[in-house]
Ligand binder design. Structure first.
Ligand SMILES: Cc1cc2nc3c(=O)[nH]c(=O)nc-3n(C[C@H](O)[C@H](O)[C@H](O)COP(=O)(O)O)c2cc1C
Length: 228
């Protein structure tokens, strides 16, 4: 059985993880603050946020105890930088495969459908076992290392409406410990898990015109699988 560890804000990486777990016959394990990555072979699925790893994923990879892993980074058709390379640098075991998988952009909601077919070779390699590979240092923007958590909040305002009952389901769902009764502090990375978790639908994200314009056109829809 090969388990699939997954971090997902708005559900897109979770959809990819569920697809892979079904084919691998394993469980999907959600990555939380305390989650330990264990197993001889595992799959780890996570999104790209501002060309970076979400902070909870970086911590999870650092403390992993698994022997070897395949890594899948989902992205919203803009840019993925060198996130897989960064993830391999943090993971203490060996990496035998990797993929960048395009999904809908969680901030743009552009309707892009994930296609699992190109992942067949990665899943086969993971099932059979394989040798370590070096994931490439793909190009990234010169500013991608500059305050990614802060950049993920720019132009994406979290809005709480009058339906909020103060139940704090958002606080319980937040992977950064940044939400309190519908209000986010400066640790919020806009993963949007709170928006999904609110039973009243009282939370939404409002994009600035500049960000809306930037997200209007997808720049890349390729699924890249290593080794190809
Ligand atoms: C805060 C934030 C930053 C993002 N940054 C990028 C990015 O740099 N490049 C990109 O192509 N997509 C970006 N996306 C889109 C996500 O990578 C994509 O929608 C991903 O599949 C979301 O997965 P999730 O729903 O599991 O969180 C970003 C999304 C969010 C919410």
């Amino acid at each position: 059985m090969i388990d699939v560890y997954c971090f997902s804000g708005a559900g897109h990486s979770a959809e990819v993880a569920a697809h892979c777990a079904e084919r691998l016959g394993g469980r999907v394990i959600s990555i939380g603050e305390e989650t330990k990555c264990r197993g001889e072979r595992v799959l780890i699925v996570f999104p790209v946020y501002c060309e970076n790893l979400p902070p909870p994923v970086a911590g999870f990879l650092r403390r992993a105890e698994a022997g070897c892993a395949a890594l899948i980074a989902t992205y919203g058709g803009m840019s993925y930088g060198r996130v897989l390379y960064d993830a391999q640098q943090l993971f203490p075991g060996s990496v035998i495969a990797g993929a960048y998988v395009p999904t809908e952009h969680s901030l743009a909601r552009d309707g892009w459908r994930f296609d699992g077919a190109p992942l067949a070779s990665l899943l086969a390699k993971l099932s059979e076992g394989g040798t370590e590979i070096m994931l490439p240092k793909t190009p990234k923007h010169f500013f991608s290392d500059f305050a990614p958590a802060w950049r993920s909040r720019i132009g994406a305002k979290l809005v709480r409406d009058g339906n909020c009952t103060g139940c704090n389901a958002c606080g319980a769902a937040c992977p950064m410990g940044a939400m309190q009764q519908g209000r986010a502090n400066r640790d919020c990375i806009r993963c949007l898990r709170c928006v999904l978790a609110c039973p009243q639908g009282a939370l939404s994200v409002r994009l600035s015109p500049v960000l809306k314009h930037y997200l209007r056109r997808r720049r890349c829809n390729d699924t890249i699988v290593y080794p190809d």
